[in-house]
Each structure stands twice: as C-alpha cells, then as structure tokens.
Design a protein around this ligand. Structure first.
Ligand SMILES: Cc1cc2nc3c(=O)[nH]c(=O)nc-3n(C[C@H](O)[C@H](O)[C@H](O)COP(=O)(O)OP(=O)(O)OC[C@H]3O[C@@H](n4cnc5c(N)ncnc54)[C@H](O)[C@@H]3O)c2cc1C
Length: 427
C-alpha cells in the first residue's frame, strides 16, 4: 500500500534510533505532526552502554560541522575526541596513527542520559515530535522506515569493564581474533570496552571474545580489568534498488546505508534521516540525494569488503605498514585511511564487477530490490583451541555472569538466534 502524504498529514516514523530521530527533529521543527514508534522501551535500548566511534576521515568535512549545519546540538550528548589511535598489526607490533585534527569521536549508545541516542531523543522531543515506545506499527502505515537491521551480515561481541587505565583507543587487524574484520579497545573515563567483530559466522563465538580479551590483557598490562557486562549486536549490509518506495523512505541501516567494510553506520544514519525529512518538506529528492551523496561511499565500501574477504594477516600486515609509511610521508595518519574510504574510478569499476556475486536477494523486501551481504561461512583457519589465558577469561566471565553480570545482545529475534546458535550466549 502506498503511503499518501501531503503537507497536513501526520508523519509516522518506524524506529526511534539515530536516523528516525534525526528525521523527526527536522520535520517537527518545520511544524509537521510527527509520531515516532519504537518496539523497544526507549531509544538506545538496542545497545547497552556500548561505545561506538563516529569516524571523521571518510569525507572531507568534519562530522560535527555537518551536524551543526543540519541543526543538531552536539552538546546534547557526550563525545570524547581522539587524535591518536594504537594501530595493532597482526604480528602484535603496535604503532600509532596520529593526526592534528579529530580522528574519532567516541560516543556511548544506550539509555543513559549522556548517550547519543538520548541526546537525539531530547532534540526530537524539544522540536515537538511525539515518541511512542513499545509501539508496533506496520511498515505499510509508516512514512519513514528507520528500524535498524533486519538480517545479519556480521556480528560484534564485547565486554564492558571498569579500569584505572587512562583514556585510550586500540584498533587491531588480526584475522584470528576477529575473522575478516577487526577488534578494538576503547577506554573512556574509567570504563573500557574490548570488542571483536566477526565477519564470518562462527560456532562458539565467545571464544573469539575471550581470546581477544586475553590478548589485550597481555599487551596492555595496566588494564586491571573488572568486567561488568557483555554486549553485542548484528550489522545488516544491503544495497537497495530503491530507497524510496510507495511513498516510504528507508533510512539508516533499514536502507543498508552503512560501511560494508568495517560497519561504521551512525554518520550515514543521521545523514539519511536528514535527507528524508528534507524531501518530505519539499526540499530535495531522497532517492536522488541518497544516490548522489551517500551511495558512492557505500559502493566503495562494498569493493573494500570484497577485497577484505579475500585476504588475511599477511595483507593486513602490509596495510598497517603502508598506513604508517604514508603517515610519515604526509605527516597525517588520516590521509591513508581517508583514501581507503573515498570513492575512486577503480573502486567503482570493482563494485560493478563483484557486487552481483557478493550480494544475495532478500525476497521479503516489499519489491524494493534489496540485496544483502550474507554472513559468510567460517574458514578452516577459524578453528583453533583457546589458549589457557582465554580459558581463564571465560571462567572469570562465567563467575561474573552467575553473580548477575548481564549479557545484552541486540534483543531482536534474528540476532538472538544467531547468538544462541553460535554459542555467543552460553547458558
Ligand atoms: C555492536 C555494534 C557496534 C557498532 N559500532 C559502530 C561504530 O563504532 N561506529 C558507527 O558509526 N557505527 C557502528 N555500528 C553501526 C551503527 O550502530 C548503526 O549503523 C546505526 O545505529 C544505525 O542507525 P539506525 O537509525 O538505522 O538504527 P538504530 O539507531 O539502531 O535504531 C533503530 C531503532 O528501531 C527500533 N526498531 C527495530 N525494529 C522496529 C520495529 N519493527 N518497529 C519500530 N521500531 C523498531 C529499534 O528498537 C531501534 O531503536 C555498530 C553496530 C553494532 C551492532
């Protein structure tokens, strides 16, 4: 059914996450009646105190400048800036990527007051949007679909802990600890997160997190980690034939608008929410604007992901070396990584060649022509015996879990089944 819309109609938005709330804020500020429906009890409840990075290298403009230009108040949420990142090579060498500007801003996702989710919620309410939690609407009855992931292309698992270590970020390319992807350490004001991302589906995924934690403990001896909880979630990477269908706008992860290579999605979520709101307000054409402003980056990331799927530690090591050599030459660690994310003729050609084979059709996409990056199968090299240190980390977590330590893995049907199936949530 097509959603009919004119200037007087109320706009119903499905999903009170970053993309939905960004759209709601702009629409409500322009005087439209806006209702945002979310199946969960609050914005950010999909995440549970998880730290996420707002990357600041992929596009020539600083993301906070973009937010301000769109009319969002960046003081509404806590964001910690970093200009130095430990780059951890697959052979355990640790070098530092540095910049004079801002490489990352780390924000917290969740329901605490200082999270980005709650910051965007406050801005939407202040603008006059009406938010309805634990509210389920049919996709057909909403104008903006902003409900995050549907399928699973990849997962991430992490442990949140207390620590005395000063603020720090480590980014590790290591195909054993994070098959096909990366792991990271983030410490902000006495709270740490160690997370591993799995771009290949694994049985007993918690062994990857335990081994990763053991690795960081061995190489960052002053962590003094006191585990609190384990968190995680899935990522959905899709290319859509249409981003607007029957009057409905598919924004953020619901439109597959995120980075296929490493899963950065917050920036495009907000951006696409802004573009949808502008189209509804008669200032832009969503389909055209998404294709012009966002898709070149998404397509580049598909090519990058295709390349990543074909390599392992040897190439990861070469990448790290190239990154550092480029930093020495250019005097800025963001140049090399920025180039990797930026569109080029070669990446565009590669996208055309590989995407038909890489993505699979989603038959339930209401005629939008959605093609998803499938969660890839494990490789032989993903089967290994945990180290004694990793077993000790696992045993420590079991004790904490029995004492009330929470595991929150994005609480939706499909991610639950993934988590249980591959043993991420051990009972
Ligand atoms: C573990 C993990 C780590 C990540 N790390 C990063 C990172 O470091 N940097 C980065 O940029 N990105 C990261 N991402 C990706 C990023 O979280 C997403 O791209 C971004 O949140 C997408 O925003 P969104 O508005 O589309 O969805 P969300 O912000 O997730 O909001 C979707 C909302 O829709 C609601 N919803 C779901 N189903 C329905 C329904 N049927 N009806 C109504 N409401 C519904 C949900 O409850 C949720 O509130 C990470 C993702 C995961 C899982």
């Amino acid at each position: 059914m097509a959603v009919q819309s004119n200037q007087q109609d109320a706009v119903h938005i499905m999903g009170a996450g970053l993309s939905g709330l960004a759209a709601a804020t702009l629409l409500a500020r322009a005087g439209r009646e806006v209702h945002v429906h979310d199946i969960r009890a609050d914005s950010g409840a999909r995440f549970d105190g998880d730290f996420q990075a707002l990357e600041n290298w992929s596009m020539g403009v600083d993301f906070f400048d973009q937010l301000k230009e769109w009319g969002f108040d960046t003081n509404e949420f806590k964001a910690t800036e970093f200009s130095v990142v430990d780059l951890i090579h697959p052979d355990d060498e640790i070098t530092q990527a540095t910049t004079n500007g801002v490489a990352y801003r780390i924000v917290e996702r969740g329901t605490s007051e200082h999270t980005i989710d709650q910051g965007f919620k406050r801005m939407a309410i202040e603008a006059g949007a009406q938010l309805h939690y634990k509210s389920r609407m049919k996709e057909e009855d909403c104008t903006i679909i902003a409900c995050g992931p549907k399928g699973t292309s990849a997962v991430a698992y992490g442990e949140i802990f207390e620590t005395d270590h000063p603020n720090h970020i480590g980014f590790q390319l290591n195909d054993k600890l994070a098959p096909g992807a990366y792991s990271y350490l983030i410490i902000i004001d006495g709270v740490g997160l160690i997370c591993t991302c799995l771009w290949r589906k694994q049985r007993k995924s918690d062994r990857f997190l335990n081994e990763t934690i053991a690795w960081y403990e061995a190489h960052y001896p002053n962590l003094n980690r006191r585990p609190i909880k384990r968190v995680g979630g899935k990522g959905d990477f899709t290319i859509n034939h249409r981003y607007k269908q029957d009057g409905r706008y598919y924004v953020g992860e619901s439109g597959g608008l995120q980075d296929f290579m490493w899963g950065f999605g917050m920036r495009m979520a907000v951006w696409s929410g802004v573009l949808a709101a502008r189209d509804i307000l008669g200032d832009g054409d969503y389909e055209h604007d998404v294709r012009k402003q966002l898709m070149p980056y998404v397509r580049t990331s598909v090519s990058n992901r295709w390349l990543m799927n074909r390599v392992g530690d040897r190439t990861f090591k070469r990448m790290c070396k190239k990154w550092m050599t480029n930093q020495r030459k250019k005097g800025d660690g963001l140049v090399w990584i920025g180039k990797l994310f930026q569109p080029s003729a070669m990446k565009s050609l590669l996208y055309r060649l590989v995407s038909p084979f890489m993505l699979t059709k989603d038959p339930k996409s209401m005629g939008r022509g959605v093609r998803r990056m499938p969660f890839r199968k494990a490789l032989k090299r993903d089967h290994w015996e945990p180290s004694d240190d990793a077993k000790a980390v696992g045993a420590q977590w079991d004790r904490i879990r029995r004492g009330g330590g929470q595991i929150s893995f994005a609480n939706d049907a499909e991610s639950d089944s993934v988590a249980q199936e591959d043993g991420a949530i051990s009972s």
